[in-house]
Design a protein around this ligand. Structure first.
Ligand SMILES: Nc1ncnc2c1ncn2[C@@H]1O[C@H](COP(=O)(O)OP(=O)(O)O)[C@@H](O)[C@H]1O
Ligand SMILES: [Mg+2]
Length: 242
């Protein structure tokens, strides 16, 4: 059966220039911090940016942003509130700030529903914070959002890189655009992730060192701009994104 929401989703995304999903094979590698900082940095450069938290396992960008009690407005759909210069939408507006008690097909339905009801209007960039791994959310987004691009985050650990390798191979098999791999929380000088990334045939976007200032910057935008994450992301953005 054709799901009528599919064409609605296409319509909802039609005014958006680039759609970048921040993903990884693993959790805890820094996806949410990278997604939030990237969105803020693009907005700081003058681009119109949306941030969409679709991590069913643990939505956290509202905490990083210190989004307070901003809420979407309802008018023939949900209009994302403005938070720190971004149009901001999160699953927490759907589930409340509670764990989402959803099983596979329900997760998929909630995701499609959220994609179909959210009114982004026109944007230069939509940054999506994804759940870890190759699950329903990734497969649904690839199916529903034409021209989605993936920025894949790994740590220096071979355990993280192994899952990222499989993730990237799947994206390539599915002919999905991979913007590149970003190494986070780096604590040594090894260039092994860079070398392994090049072997996969995708761009190595850069490395972010482990920075103890990051924890204190959560919920404080100004401090976030003073972290190693922001420094590296600024370079990526200035190298031609916005
Ligand atoms: N470069 C970094 N330096 C220090 N701590 C970091 C860095 N990147 C992420 N963290 C910390 O690692 C944890 C996981 O980050 P998070 O963005 O929530 O990862 P994910 O979204 O992949 O689960 C958080 O406690 C975060 O503050
Ligand atoms: Mg996260």
């Amino acid at each position: 059966m054709v799901d009528p929401r599919t064409s609605v989703v296409e319509e909802r995304f039609s005014g958006i220039g680039r759609i970048i999903a921040i993903s990884s094979g693993k959790g805890g590698v820094g996806k949410s911090l990278v997604a939030t900082t990237l969105a803020l940095m693009l907005a700081r450069k003058g681009c119109k940016v949306g941030l969409f938290d679709l991590d069913f396992t643990s939505p956290s960008t509202h905490i990083i942003l210190g989004a307070g009690d901003a809420k979407p407005k309802e008018d023939k759909g949900l209009w994302p509130p403005e938070v720190s210069g971004l149009k901001y939408m999160s699953l927490i507006y759907y589930t409340g700030d509670k764990a989402a008690p959803l099983r596979g097909v329900d997760t998929s339905n909630a995701l499609i529903e959220l994609l179909a009801v959210t009114r982004w209007g026109s944007l230069d960039f939509l940054v999506i914070d994804m759940p870890p791994g190759i699950g329903d959310a990734v497969l649904d987004l690839i199916r529903l959002v034409r021209n989605i691009e993936f920025l894949v985050v790994t740590t220096s650990s071979p355990l993280a890189f192994e899952t990222v390798k499989k993730f990237v191979a799947l994206l390539k098999d599915m002919k999905v655009e991979v913007l590149g791999i970003l190494e986070n929380m780096k604590m040594n000088d090894s260039d092994s992730v860079e070398a392994k990334t090049k072997k996969l045939g995708v761009p190595f976007l850069g490395e972010i060192r482990y920075d103890p200032k990051v924890e204190k910057a959560i919920g404080r935008e100004a401090m976030l701009f003073d972290t190693a994450i922001a420094q590296e992301i600024k370079e990526i953005v200035e190298s031609g994104l916005c």
